[in-house]
Design a protein around this ligand. Structure first.
Ligand code: ATP
Length: 270
């Protein structure tokens, strides 16, 4: 069961340079995750405990997973990922055990960064905790909290959680000593989108007429994941047209297509 829900990556390939436009967030992640792993003595000397867990929150596809992977990579830590939804929905009744396993695997792979995606699945405010499904979720969350409460003895393990639904979180997990460092990861602004376009086209054969500043303006409201999708799709348009060079019109068509797909998915179309 362990192997199927836990993703262990001994050297994730994401670097800080792969992340566009999240300077402040990167600084904070480095300070709270990297420093305790690389210079634990600094915290001893100063006489403070590093923050226990950090919580990244913001819309889907904005780089939360990337941030966690990058900090693991840059500190030579293993990256151990689990999704909150899998903890409770995939193996009913196993949630608490999986949480125990998660920390055990982290200890075996120190230094390690534990990344719990969709933390809201095990830690949302409940309206009715009497149903059995909720009781299971509750047990899973209690196990996580108790693992975190014994955290200072854990040495080289840092824990990062992520959610798209910050407003739904149970405040119990945000208390001091738990996920007490909150970092908002918003969608990129226009400058951020331009950087992300540059990052994702690094290996692409892009025509000189392509202006990323202009594309960034056009792709208003796009997330980092959307920008990546535009780049891939633009490449597909070029291939379909039997070209090996990607032109401005390919990027524009890709953005159009992505918007249409989105409208279809969300059912916004008339
Ligand atoms: P979710 O909440 O859906 O899990 P997330 O915030 O964890 O999303 P990521 O998985 O980090 O998002 O991003 C998805 C992909 O989108 C990345 O693999 C990357 O290709 C691209 N991407 C997202 N944000 C950025 C960014 N700031 N810079 C560069 N690429 C980005």
């Amino acid at each position: 069961v362990r192997a199927r829900v836990m993703q262990i990556d001994h050297s994730p390939d994401v670097t800080y340079a792969d992340i566009g436009g999240l300077g402040d967030q990167m600084r904070e992640v480095r300070e709270t995750v990297e420093l305790p792993l690389t210079q634990p003595e600094t915290f001893d000397t100063v006489g403070i405990q590093p923050p226990s867990g950090i919580l990244l929150h913001g819309p889907p596809g904005t780089g939360k997973t990337m941030l966690a992977k990058a900090v693991a990579n840059e500190t030579d830590a293993s990256f151990i990922k689990m999704a909150g939804s899998e903890l409770v929905h995939k193996f009913i009744g196993e949630g608490a055990k999986l949480v125990r396993d998660l920390f055990e695997v982290a200890r075996e792979n120190e230094p390690a960064v534990i990344f719990i995606d969709e933390i809201d699945a095990i830690a949302s405010k409940r309206t009715d905790s009497k149903t059995s499904g909720d009781a299971e979720v509750q047990r899973t969350m209690m196990q996580l909290l108790s693992e975190m409460d014994g955290f200072d003895e854990r040495g080289d393990i840092r824990i990062i959680a992520a959610t798209n639904r910050f407003d739904m979180l149970d405040e119990a997990i945000l208390r001091p000593g738990r996920f007490d460092r909150l970092i908002e990861v918003p969608k990129p602004d226009v400058a951020g989108r331009e950087l992300i376009f540059q990052i994702h086209t690094r290996d692409m054969n892009v025509d000189d007429d392509v202006d990323f500043a202009e594309l960034a303006e056009i792709a208003e409201d796009a997330s980092g994941a959307d920008v990546k999708a535009i780049c891939t799709e633009a490449g597909m348009f070029a291939i379909r047209d039997d070209r090996t060079e990607i032109r401005r019109e390919d990027f524009e068509a890709a953005w159009e297509k992505l918007q249409q797909d989105d409208t279809m998915e969300t059912g916004d179309s008339p």
